[in-house]
Each structure stands twice: as C-alpha cells, then as structure tokens.
Design a protein around this ligand. Sequence first.
Ligand code: ZN
Length: 204
Amino acid sequence: MGNIIENEEFKSNLQQLLQNKKFKRTLKILYKEKQGQLLSVQSCEIIDHFDTIRQRLDDKHRTLYDSFEHNCYIILDLEERKRWFDQCKICSTKMKQEQNKLHCPNCKQNTESKLAFCLRVRIVDVNSQDTYDAIIFEEASHYLSLNGKKISVKTFSDLSLNSQNNILNEANEKKSNIIHLLQLQLIQKTENFKIKKIMPQKTE
Ligand SMILES: [Zn+2]
C-alpha cells in the first residue's frame, strides 16, 4: 500500500529539502492525491538554477558535457589571426595537412573539406562580470555582418585582414553591450567555452 503522508507534512519536508541546497532549485513533481492526502509520487525531478557560470563550474555533480544557456556579453578578439579552418564535410572535425593533402584524423582518410569559422571571443557573465575564453564556430556567420547582411566564411576569408578587422570592430561596437542568451558548452581539453548558439533576443 505504501505510506500515506499528509499533504502538509509533505510540503514542509519539501521546503526543507529546497532550503538545504546550495543553489536555488525547482522541484518538478507529479503526484496522485485523494481527499487531501498524498497517495503516491509518480515522478520527481530537481532542477538546478545557476546564477553564474562560476557556480556551474564549481558544482560537484556538474554536467558540463551538456550544453547550458546563460546570459553573456560577447567581445570579439581582433588579435587572433586564426579565424577559420578546414572542416571535414563528413564529421566536422578539423582537417590536418598531410603531404599537401587535407586529412581527417577522425575519418582517417582524405575526405572533402569546407571552410568553417572559428573566432576567438571573450564572454562576460552578465550576473558576475567574470570573463571566459570562448570560440564561435558556425554562429559567427549570423553574428557578423557586411553591409547589413550576414556573411559567409568564404566571403570573410577572401577579405583583406584590414576589412576583416573592420567587420569584427563594427560587431564589437554595435553588439558588445547587448546581452545575449548563449548556448554554451565547455571544451574539456582547453577549458574554453564553445558558443553553440546565440539565442534570439527576447522581446518584451
Ligand atoms: Zn571526418
């Protein structure tokens, strides 16, 4: 039959659980109820909320392999000269030069390649002002613009260094004070963040 718990007791136990935790939490719970009594809990899920990226990095049961969303400013780095790379068309891995041919270390053969953006940026956590290194890949073509239009990596790579810098500069001037909701993922190897997606701005 299981235990039948008075709803009031259940609620106060829940409150204790929520207050005990380090971070603000939401409990999503589905239960059956009959005449003010809890009959059974069908499913229970604790959803963590993180105010800062630092809290997420410090969390013991961190799930950084998964991507997460956070509000940040983006500042493009104009010093970094490596702004694109040859990407394997099959698996998206960075290709390597071997005997004047491009070789995919993942597919282990000379696959076809295409150019892909990799722009180095600093992201600033809106809630803590902490800054982190990050890289934008394909999202860069939406973030940068030339004459008001988005720009392909091919077009960008054909421009002079000066023209490229103008585009990056312009993006910084226009957008570095805008709060972007970013879908981020930590790259374990480098401890940099990958900007997987720049989410559409919410309009009130
Ligand atoms: Zn490949």
